[in-house]
Design a protein around this ligand. Sequence first.
Ligand code: 5AD
Ligand code: SF4
Length: 438
Amino acid sequence: MKRYHVTTFGCQMNAHDSERIKGMLEELGLGEAPSQEQADVLVLNTCTIREKPDTRFAAHMGNAAKLKRERPGTVVAVGGCYAEAQRERLFALYPAVDVAFGPGTISHLGEWLGAGGEGIARGSFGTGEERAFAAKLPLHRERRFQAWVQVSMGCNSVCSYCIVPAVRGREISRRPGEVVGEVGRLAAEGVREVTLLGQNVNSYGRDVGSSFAELLRAVDEVDGIERIRFTSPHPKDFRRDVIAAMAECPAVCEHAHLPLQSGSSRVLKAMRRTYSRDRYLRLVDELRSAIPDLALTTDIIVGFPGETEEDFRETLEAVEDVRFDGAFTFVYSPRAGTEAAAMREQVADDVKRDRIERLVEVVQRVAAEQNTSRLGMIEQVLVEGPSRTEPDLLRGRTRRNTTVNFSGDAVPGDLVDVEIAHATSTTLRGTRLAAAAA
Ligand code: 5AD
Ligand code: SF4
């Protein structure tokens, strides 16, 4: 049996695309290989949000070229956002690529790999004009009790630093009936937690006569779904109806990942985020008064062109003011073709490095304080498997999306109560409480 290997480089959407790619290759009769070295078909599902994944991809291509020299039959297929962004140059840059496809053309991969027996169509490429949801393709799910569900593709925002709108195109929503239908099928297979995915989930639905609030309420009605998460919302589109749906739907988790990007209104304006620091803080207040136990996480960029020490301090202050439970922190990375990459006042690398270090310190301290405030509480945990760091313990996540390592018996997929006894900036530790008598 021929075997495939898929490497995921990017976000949850990218990881979910990898599940579709795997499902499709399995339907073509391929089995999964444990490593790239052992694969006949090597798929690299790329990302291009920052320079780092581009560099990582280049390293993987070096390895792929070497594998092809050793075993000439090996097929190298490159998908995802980098492939789409570089589609005019990809084959010239990397002659070892046999097949390339974009995030919207995954469904063609089978044909291009020569599923019909015609052999490999080298150089095949799906262009950005023809885009389709991969939802109809078979799915190889990484976890039995948790699933991602794509609600939209593309992005209509114009954030000046971001390459995604250029790569993934205009936003298109999936029909609500299709989304809810998929969630229903997943629930029937035993899934208890779904994460709704879109580049900007809360602008969902405008093109199909629906809204994200309606979608949340409809998914909440699906029997067997105990937890609903979503990522990522844009603060500019986080309206009252979505806050109300979050507060009123029992399955919607008490967590919002709300990308702030910067705490300086001046920088936010240059980023074209269309909200100010004050508006963001007001939204946080509204969310917290509707959903008292809400966890808030965020994305922050340092070193955006023109960012001064004073702007940066406002970002540090915002982290302290909001008291984020966690944050992904990034050094600004110029992306060719974006508005910000052409701005003149690029920040020096040593300044960027200094700022990211100071930011990470504050983020970790605040997150540790937030987690410490959970000591003594009883958290509902969805069990995922053994702890990654302490083999005697089990691991799962709270509704607020914090990882918990705990002692006691349980199997993956169980919802159990854990009393919290220890906290770090990223994890909690505790003991499972005995199940209540029926
Ligand atoms: N440089 C650094 N970080 C970026 N992000 C998006 N584009 C860039 C860039 N050019 C970050 C944003 C976004 C997250 C997914 O990646 O914080 O929310
Ligand atoms: Fe995800 Fe953006 Fe990377 Fe594409 S470029 S994989 S959308 S993070």
